[in-house]
Design a protein around this ligand. Sequence first.
Ligand code: ADP
Ligand code: MG
Length: 693
Amino acid sequence: MSSSQRRPRKRSDAQPSLASSIRTLPGVGEKREELLSGLGLKTVGDLLVYPPRRYIDRASFSSIAELRQGEIQSVIGKVSRSEIKPARGKRLFIVHIEDATSKMRGVWFNQPYLRSVFHQGDTFVFSGTVQIDRFGKTFVHPEYEPMGDDLLHTGRLVPVYSTRPGLGQKQLRTLVKSAVDTHLDDTGDYVPEAIRNKLGLIPLQVAISHLHFPPDASGANAARRRLAFDEVLLFQTLFALSRLEREGTGSRVRDVHDVVDRFSGDLPFELTGAQVEALGQITTDITDRYPMRRLLQGDVGCGKTVVAGLAAAVVCDTGGQVALMCPTEILAEQHYGTLRAFLAPFGFKTGILTGSMPADEMGRTREDLLGGTLGVVVGTHALIGEKTRFKDLELVIVDEEQRFGVLQRTRLVKKAPQSNLLVVSATPIPRTLALTAYGDLDVTTIGDMPPGRGTHTSHSVESTRRPEVLKEVAAMIRGGRQAFHVCPSLEQGEAGLIDVKTVKKEMQGLLGKDRRVEILTGRTERDRRIEIIEGFRANKIGLVVATTVVEVGMDIPAATILVVEQAERFGLSQLHQMRGRVARTVSDSLSYFIVSESASEKARARIAVLESTFDGFEIAESDLVFRGPGDLVGTRQHGVPDLKFTRLPDDTDLMLRAREEAFDRIRSGDTSPDWQMWIEAVTSITEGRTVIV
Ligand code: ADP
Ligand code: MG
């Protein structure tokens, strides 16, 4: 870490009360604390910036005479009397209400305590859906609130939050209100005033207050945009800092003349033009005096891993060490096998570190890394991160990490600031998202496939035709072909889900003794897993029934058939990754996406896209359209940080402005107190502190 970026921290703990437990709010006991914690709400600060899912318009009032059937409406009415009546085994609480125009009723089941709420002659605001029948007009279980100056649940745009059973909207809203009332003054606005003024952003305190209790719809949007700006400014500041830091950090300058030729000469195929070009950019970065920060993206199967492997060889060649991080142990084991075989003839040693290794083996690998006898280590994130120390770590490769967040990456780079970083992703994304997810990286794109790939055909199959398809697949497997069969569930009995064990039985039944069927999941023990993969590679196993653990990176070229059960449960990019497993050679390949009868139109449309194209770039764009810009799960798939307020691509303008501000100020070395305070806040966040920005 270059110390030039760290200023003395004056205000990092300036918001202690925001970090105080949610328990400190009135009405929060142990049980409620647990419910709130399940929603990710642990501190008062969390609650203040908990975004409403939507708002209900209870802003305008009707007279009772005007009320229409079936719509959500609000009235102001006076209580004339209340009563409790038995009704179909329940107790019905009825309050009779009137205004100057007419009379109506409000009814609740089994809530006799309401008798002490509604006193004759008091005025209340009621909001809800109106039923009109032989009893006249009725609100069933309406929201209600005594008429006062400060209406919270009625008579306004009312926030609706994600919640869980046991914690009602009204309770949550009341809690938010009390957090806003007692803690709003504690929120310091860290975004420099000059920027706020320039972009016409409202002050933070107003934004937080209007986020929950907006004066009107445009007020709600202004609040959201302000909070969205803070969010994108945070990430763009991290990106700009990371750039600056890179430029202030030296890395070893090396001569890699001819090495690429030397190493690639040993491959069983010729590199494509795009691969050669990608490798050129990477080696230029590696030999440059600044550490590399690069994203290598390209469709599944285009040959990214090969490029990453060659980059590793280049680094080993001059005595540096390489860490290759993978999202799954299965993938780590595969890469270990390939790299070891590829690098050994050159005299470079490769090791592996995964959580399921015996402790003594792990210890030996760590020793060899520290001693410098190992050139390359392959492992899962956790293992390479923590206790592992290197003699001379010069290249970190993160393979297939579509979901690796910005903050994780920032922390990783801090551990080895001088190392070169290569992030490999199989989900190409549009530019706006790339700037949001990878704004600190240079981008290399491999735009074409190695020549001579067979054709791939994708079939969408109704579940009624499932038995037929399974028979067809079994016949092909008996004929010597190999397949992956992906199920959404690991365990029998998960509600409505097809699981691996059931499918294994079914398929083994169809295949008889001719062909072996094995199960592979994230829980399969290491030795067994290695045995299965080797068996599959050697075609001793005809079918691997698996969970999504095989989704990324697996390279078993002989497998050419994919079956996915309940395909509607998977995302588009995810399904595309899966079929990438079987379309890796000159042989033609096939996938069957079995769709449940209950699948939605939208899910069917997703699968129709798979039938129409095999182009990962097209798929990624459709995926975004299907998921919608606000879908966080969707954006997370693309490695975009968890944005609570920002909607992409709608807020692209905000993102670009934030990027410009952050990069300008950091490049020009802005020393204004406002900006320094902001930098401190950002640093605090990357160190895991609670700060509201
Ligand atoms: P990715 O990581 O992009 O999904 P891989 O690097 O695993 O792709 O390559 C996919 C498959 O194509 C592998 O079996 C690999 O050996 C093969 N391959 C890679 N580059 C080429 C090439 N230039 N020509 C032929 N086959 C290639
Ligand atoms: Mg790969």
